[in-house]
Design a protein around this ligand. Sequence first.
Ligand code: SF4
Length: 496
Amino acid sequence: MKLYLLGHAMRYEAGNLCFLFFPGEKIDEETDLAARGDFYAITRIRRGRTHTRALVLLVQGGKTARAHVFFQNDAPDPVKAGEHALGRAFIEAGERLCGFRPPWGILTGIRPVKLMRELLASGMDEEQAARRFTEELRVSPQKTALCVRTAGEETRITALSTLRSASLYISIPFCPTRCLYCSFISHDVEKTKKLLPAYVDRLCEELAAVGALVRRLGLRLETIYMGGGTPTSLSAPMLAQVFDAVRAAFSLDSLREYTVEAGRPDTITPEKLAAIRAGGCTRLCINPQTLDADILRRIGRAHTPEQFFEAFHMARGAGFSSINTDLIAGLPGDTPAGFSRTLDALLPLAPEGVTVHTLAMKRSSRLVSEGGARYDARGGEVERMLEDAYARLDAAGLAPYYLYRQRNTAGNLENTGFAKPGHEGLYNVFIMDETHTILAAGAGGVTKMRQPGGTRIERVFNFKYPYEYLARFDEVLARKQQVEAFYGGRFAKDSR
Ligand code: SF4
């Protein structure tokens, strides 16, 4: 698809708008109108005496649609006004050409709830903020209502954070096999087995260094999240070694939540669960994604639905009283009826949390490279799966508490975490909202520092791949100084 930017430089915004209607298409920016062919988008901003006009012309296979929107030249924030006008014109032209309206309207960012919270914090009531979403940003009434609800929970959770607050992410980037849709840096345990002992040793050393840093700066640890990968790819003694290192390095007195992702049911054993319990974990994630055996096979997860049930009961038996389960809507071969059967099987277990993801077509996944990606901008079936899931989770007493979006998801839809009261994944909210600093340890970890009381964000990257992390471990430790420099000194004991 050819994209023309005339009279403006909103390249990123215009590209994202193209993806709303034409996901998976290669977008080529073009300047020569003679080369436009039969599939293109012309976006133009033209300033008049008192008003500026945003115009969009879409052409595909002989069909044409156009729309324009005016805004005042003296709008309080002309950049925002230009973006919104272009977005609205694009949505109108796209709807005429393609026959549907994207559920999130002109919002292409990953955090629509953050925007809702900003509107509410600016003094609008829920009705006014909702109207801004539906009328100006063209968000559907259903997604607007979901945003309003989620915003309330997010606001409550982020208010728990203080200036001294920080969270810790521990990366165990190993999995038993690679899922079809995965784009994370996760390594097949069988192939990398020999790296594991050295990896765990180094990770424990890094945790000690991060712990010392937290003490020196006077930070207060709110949550710990051990993810990856699949942390339960490690053996029980290795897990115990990591948990011991955490206990030795950090004071856990202030901790509100300690999550361990035991994502793959086939990696869970009674010994590992015992090590995780003894380590102080308060929240466990066991992720079936689907409970259809054929689909599980197709997506490369080497476990059966029965193994999920077994792992879930094993975890309950081991005393875990807060279990989250992840599902994915839109997996290859799934249908609304099939997704509903997954919920039929899952809900009687009464998990405390269910996170409903929408399948994302990630470029570095096998799903895309092997040609199995389904780009369906209309949502259709996937939207029905989400609607059904949301209604049933609501009826089961689980409420939405965090929500984010990704690029190239089936139907431009969202990922939403639901939980019973008191079982929300706080870490999920803190990281998505960028509420406070997240310190990371392990290969692929990214420390994201948030200026206390300000908005400045800086990142410190660990090496992505385990072998690189091991080979250049001195550099990993040396980079911790950047955290110290960012804070520039220690918090007083009584500062909030
Ligand atoms: S379990 Fe998660 S990290 Fe591991 S391969 Fe699957 S999607 Fe990737």
